[in-house]
Write a protein that binds this ligand. Sequence first.
Ligand code: GLN
Length: 485
Amino acid sequence: MSELHTKTLTELAGLLQDGTVTVTEAVEACLSRIEATEPSVRALITVTADEARTQAAAMDAQGPDPAKPLWGVPVVLKDLLTTRGTRTTCASKILENFVPFYDATSVTRLREAGAVVIGKANMDEFAMGSSTENSAFFQTGNPWDVERVPGGSSGGSGASVAAGQCFAALGTDTGGSIRLPASFCGIVGLKPTYGRVSRYGLIAYGSSLDQIGPMTRSVEDAARVLQVIAGHDPRDSTSVDVPVPDYLSGLGRESLDGVTIGLPREYWGEGLDPEVEAACRAAVAKAEALGATTVPVSLSLTDYAIATYYIIAMAEASSNLSRFDGVRFGHRSEGAEELIDMYTASRTEGFGDEVQRRIIMGTYVLSSGYYDAYYNKAAKVRRLLRQDFDTALTQCDLIAGPVCPTTAFKAGAKADPLQMYLMDIFTISLNLAGLPGMSLPVGLGSDSGMPVGLQLMGRPFEEATMLSVAACLECNLDPMPQPAL
Ligand code: GLN
């Protein structure tokens, strides 16, 4: 079974259930893949090999459990999801040695469904970034070309899935951090509707924007993971109590007859790399050939999305990160004599540059005198952006566009933070509106040879529609190759 890592989660889950593969074999296949690829990819901050092996042996002794849809499936978690007894760092020095005493709800649900956690993935520190270069520990390479970034902030999760180190990973998406690395790494990444998946145990960045979602090698795999993690949680007051549909039942469709796809003109024009545009247009043409109708729509406030998002995200971050004071959590500076000095020194030593920049900016936009000019204004634009989406989604079932203007860039190429923020132009509006979206790999760019993702965006809680259209497209597009690692 040396090729086990090339299988999808769906295939592996079947082999585990019918006893063709043992959990130990699945875990060992992932651990050897990690050993072979980590020297160049560096996707993982922590590998939980011992725990995974012990758990695998115990599960094999019991035998397959058909009631557990992910029985024996090795998974990776972004390192901002709390894991009981396993270090959870947010890729930050301030939490370098933080060992939580509870699991995040999404992690509990994965474990209850039989999944085996084999590692915690690298990320931009506190999920702030678009390339995973902001990790305080090390950079992650894109499995397609390790000189290039895997995207961010869930870059470790994306790279791990693409490199075949695991069969699914969880990421989080505050402004694109699932969709962007999925696009850059050539895998499927889904950001659910705000409130669809519990955020309990997710170390918060922008609480009104963050959502946890699956990153996988196929659409069906994403549906299976979402099925497990979705649903109301009394421990998260923003999780919504609406029934979770059967995401798998809609997947077999053979045509896209009756589906209307909106193409926002603001997403298909200026600034889009020709190779990205070509690959995305070819995928849309395939959707049309399969029976879908396309209509032009407008997301007219797209130009304001970056400013709006960064004001709101930084404001929320400055508040969320105030808990890291060197007293209750994480790193404490030695040697400060006074309490205030100790706070200052702990935070100065513990937080990286990008995190400090955002805390300063966030505090500024929330300060009296500037609150109305910035934060309040941004909150109003946010409401208008949602109206834009609502209007567009009365004209179509789904909106389609690129995930990012470019394919994966070289590490170090976007040293200017503002250049980096521009990478989020097509992803952040969706978070401000709270709607679901996903990235579907649609081929390789003709210049760079790097993966291109098509973004699908849907109505609230209509992940099932998005998944069924994506699955039909996936099945009819040329199969996505795997990186030659
Ligand atoms: N790149 C965006 C930011 O830095 C989005 C990150 C995310 O979705 N976590 O805020």
